[in-house]
Ligand binder design. Structure first.
Ligand SMILES: Cc1ncc(COP(=O)(O)O)c(C=O)c1O
Length: 445
């Protein structure tokens, strides 16, 4: 499909980038293989719900930098807090300081299962710490994780996130498939992989393997596999079964945390995990994550037990951003407005798809959703692989991009609505979608 707007400068920058950055990009999800074709776009700046690229094209942004920008770009109070800290404290102290208490107190107050927390720089690091805590606390080794979920890049868990089905074995008991080359095969033996959202398989697995399982880790809403909500009762049963067998239940709320509610998915669904990992929205665009949970579990983090320490932990910049972000999301009506905007957008997109006669299944929970080009609801990873059409998604994505609407270029990812998207952005997005769905229909795939 022809691009209607100039991307000459982006193309030139990509050619330059290829000479110093591997693949010309800062991460594998930013390159042509992920869908940014024929070359990635280079952005110049962002304000509120919009981005501008280096050629001057504007975009309504639902990529949201893969999730952190819940307050939009350059949120004034967060930026002011960070500026102040840079001018008064400095960027790194390497010791305790007042702002880390401010941030920790707010995060503990927001997330129901957090009695104690530790901060980390990334979700991957925090997930790794949660798994160490669960293994140390239970004295067991195995972890049950679900096919199609993503829990970050740590060697011990970056398995079966988007496995090729020809490698993944039977649906009921999939083989662990490493998410990267260079990961020791033996680590796959520490994992049990199962399909999500199937209570019968869950019951059987826990009955059979309960005594070996240190933890079950789950995204409470699958948001790295398009978006797949839990079947009614599934999380409740997971909570009940893990508690009965002494298995630590870890919610990976890197995407859902501070987004589905101030207290994340655990507040939204009213299910209390033992541990939870949060990141992304926690500092509204600055690198930060947290691992936290019940006191008796978290207390296994100490010098001669669970190692959890890193150079940049609780740096004042991240702590200031977190403190300001936590205050913003605590404002009355914050989530009501966020959900209203999200519902208006989803309704508009559903109508636009129906008017164009293109079958879509738009699934999500509040501000995270995906437009699946599928003719049925999707309940687990293999549903998505087998029934969602990547070819139609690519045409849709490209047509939206050309019309100045940005979201993830991969059909197995999701859109993020922020608190600064409003009626204007929704109307513009839906108008673009009418034409983009028409382009999908015209392609006749
Ligand atoms: C559910 C989930 N867990 C963990 C991670 C890893 O977080 P990070 O990229 O901060 O390492 C991600 C990243 O997208 C995620 O979506």
């Amino acid at each position: 499909m022809m691009r209607t707007r100039s991307l000459d400068r982006s193309r030139q920058m990509y050619e330059r980038a290829l000479k110093s950055l591997v693949g010309g990009v800062g991460g594998n999800a930013r390159g042509p293989e992920w869908g940014w074709r024929p070359h990635p776009v280079f952005m110049a700046r962002g304000t509120g719900p919009r981005l501008w690229d280096v050629d001057g094209n504007a975009y309504i942004d639902y990529l949201a930098a893969y999730g952190p920008m819940i307050l939009g770009h350059r949120p004034p109070k967060v930026i002011a807090a960070v500026r102040e800290v840079m001018e008064t404290m400095g960027s790194m102290l390497g010791t305790g300081h007042a702002l880390e208490l401010e941030a920790a107190e707010r995060v503990v107050a927001a997330v129901p299962c957090y009695e104690l927390v530790r901060f980390a720089n990334t979700g991957s690091e925090a997930v790794q710490a949660a798994l160490r805590v669960a293994r140390t606390y239970t004295g067991r080794e195995k972890i049950l994780r679900f096919e199609g979920q993503f829990h970050g890049m740590a060697e011990v868990i970056h398995w079966s996130a988007k496995p090729r089905l020809e490698l993944a074995g039977p649906r009921e008991a999939p083989h662990p498939v490493a998410g990267s080359t260079g990961v020791p095969k033996v680590l796959g033996d520490t994992l049990l992989i199962r399909p999500w959202n199937d209570p019968e398989i869950l019951r059987r697995t826990i009955a059979e393997h309960g005594p070996e399982l240190a933890a079950v880790i789950t995204e409470p809403v699958m948001a790295n596999c398009g978006v797949i909500p839990p079947r009614p009762g599934y999380l409740e049963e997971l909570r009940e079964l893990t508690a009965r067998h002494g298995i630590v239940l870890i919610f990976d709320e890197v995407k859902t945390g501070f987004r589905l509610a101030r207290g994340g998915a655990q507040e939204y669904f009213r299910i209390m995990p033992d541990l939870a990992v949060t990141a992304k929205a926690i500092a509204a665009g600055f690198p930060l994550a947290a691992v936290g949970g019940r006191k008796e579990l978290m207390e296994v983090i100490s010098l001669h037990r669970v190692a959890q320490s890193a150079t940049y932990h609780t740096n004042p910049v991240a702590m200031a951003a977190c403190t300001a972000a936590m205050d913003e999301i605590a404002a009355p009506g914050f989530y009501t407005r966020l959900f209203q905007t999200s519902e208006a957008l989803c309704d508009g997109l559903r109508r636009a798809g129906a008017e164009a006669g293109v079958p879509i299944t738009l699934q999500g929970v509040g501000p995270i959703f995906q437009v699946h080009f599928a003719d049925r609801p999707l309940w687990e990873y293999r549903d998505m692989v087998q029934h969602a059409r990547a070819d139609r998604y690519t045409i849709f994505w490209q047509a939206m991009f050309e019309r100045g609407v940005l979201f993830n270029s991969h059909y197995q990812e999701c859109w993020f609505v922020s608190a600064v998207h409003g009626e204007t952005e929704v109307a513009e997005t839906v108008a673009a979608a009418r034409e983009a769905f028409a382009a999908v229909r015209k392609a006749g795939l």
